[in-house]
Design a protein around this ligand. Structure first.
Ligand code: EPZ
Length: 418
């Protein structure tokens, strides 16, 4: 029986919590280690299910991974033992497709299972494949796998539409060892993309414009080893800020970087939270009752789609009507039906959700459907009257390190039940 979280709501959260390292940075950084036969030392690696999955995938390809404890991993692939990312791993975590670029760049060959559908949308990887083809790779689909081959990739001009985060990362990793220069236009500008570029540059890559919508990569013959500390998780930090706001509490998130989440902070203030921003801390004091506000999700620096569900939980208690428009994924309102079970008044129409705020949520048994939807149910449970039981919390373990321990330290009454 998968574990559940049992939450007694109604306690204003107070105190400090440390932001863990970003899952969405750790995954591409670990894949980048395939680009060299020298050791890559990553620090501040989060203890998450998705990190364990990528570790297993890399070891299957030939990586030696040494865990030195306290979040430090040494990854070294002196020799590739395989070129295949098997379906059983890719189907559990679609981010596994990020071995495609490094494998083709380093060895001229990759066989990666096509990721299937996902709870939040179709999520094709056509732009990853089109970009690789532009760099000269021959792409063949075979029995649910992508086969990519190239004697050596060569530079080219790639225009991404829509903006894709892992697509930008995959193609950046392919281009660093290509012959000549690559330009990625309409590139993702997420902080995790910049963090990957920082590691690649330490390995000897030549990259200009990471963090902007046009990235230029001058290919080099080979890359070396490096040491890199993974940046804090802006989505995890944002989730704790909403926890403070939704319970009317006073929470400080340490290690959080404000300019990694400008739109989230702006919307929290519009909803009535008081924020104090330091160089690496963000303090939130929650309102007695949130104010309504509207938001539209968008690629960075817009409002992160990975914070949409959490913000919906907050606006569900607002003193008025809010509208949330989800523009990144076509099916990211799975949490609505569960929030309604707790008394929320939310109506969806296509990619818009109209939220009529209610004075309080009522505790209820609810079911997690994906990572961020489950976070929103935990937040609603913290604010609710009575007991909430969130089942299938394995979704949470994919992206939140020691969630109930951290919330417990802030005064929440929360426990895991098997
Ligand atoms: C990354 O996913 C994140 N995952 C997601 O976080 C996040 O929600 C997403 O970016 C958007 O910010 C990781 O970094 C591991 P996209 P990614 O490619 O790269 C379409 C979480 O909760 N598209 O930027 O897979 C796609 O369907 C997760 O931590 C194509 O059409 O997302 C979507 O509508 C969930 N063709 C849009 O682009 C492609 O080839 C943006 O997706 C690629 C994408």
């Amino acid at each position: 029986m998968p574990a559940s979280l049992v939450i007694e709501g109604g306690t204003p959260l107070r105190g400090e919590v440390w932001a863990s390292a970003a899952k969405n940075a750790a995954l591409p950084l670990m894949c980048a280690s395939l680009l060299t036969d020298a050791p890559i030392v990553l620090e501040n690696v989060p203890d998450l299910a998705d990190v364990a999955t990528i570790q297993k995938l890399l070891e299957g390809l030939g990586a030696e991974i040494g865990d030195e404890g306290s979040g430090r991993l040494t990854l070294r692939t002196e020799r590739l033992r395989s070129h295949e990312a098997p379906y059983d791993l890719v189907s559990t975590m679609r981010a596994s497709v990020m071995v495609l670029g490094p494998l083709v760049a380093r060895s001229g060959r990759a066989r990666v299972a096509l990721p299937g559908g996902c709870a939040i949308g179709l999520r094709p990887i056509d732009l990853h494949l089109k970009g690789l083809a532009t760099l000269g790779a021959e792409i063949v689909l075979d029995q649910g796998y992508v086969e990519a081959r190239a004697s050596r990739l060569r530079g080219g001009r790639i225009h991404l539409d829509p903006v894709t985060v892992t697509g930008t990362e995959n193609l950046m990793m392919a281009a660093v060892l290509a012959e000549g220069t690559t330009a990625i236009e309409n590139a993702a500008r997420e902080p995790e993309v910049e963090d990957l570029a920082r590691l690649l540059e330490k390995m000897g890559a030549k990259i200009h414009g990471a963090g902007s919508s046009r990235i230029e990569i001058e290919g080099v013959e080979a890359l070396g080893g490096a040491r890199h500390r993974i940046l804090p998780d802006r989505i995890e930090a944002g989730t704790y800020l909403v926890a403070g706001a939704i319970t009317g509490g006073d929470v400080t998130v340490r290690g959080a970087i404000a300019h990694h989440m400008p739109a989230v902070l702006e919307k929290l203030e519009e909803a009535g939270a008081i924020l104090e921003v330091g160089s690496d801390t963000i303090r939130v004091v929650g309102p007695d009752r949130p104010r309504p506000t509207d938001l539209v999700t968008a690629p960075f620096p817009g409002f992160a789609t990975d914070m949409q569900a959490q913000m919906m939980a907050l606006l569900g208690l607002a003193d008025g009507e809010s509208v949330i428009t989800e523009t990144v994924f076509e099916n990211r309102f799975m949490h609505v039906a569960e929030l309604r079970r707790m008394g929320a008044q939310i109506v969806t129409e296509g990619n818009r959700a109209v939220i009529r705020g209610v004075p309080r949520y009522l505790g209820a048994p609810v079911m997690a459907t994906d990572l961020r939807a489950s976070a929103s149910l935990v937040l609603a449970g913290l604010a609710a009257t009575g007991t909430t039981v969130v089942s299938r919390v394995y979704h949470l373990d994919r992206g939140y390190e020691r969630l109930e321990e951290k919330l417990g330290k802030l005064g929440a009454s929360i426990r895991r039940e098997r």
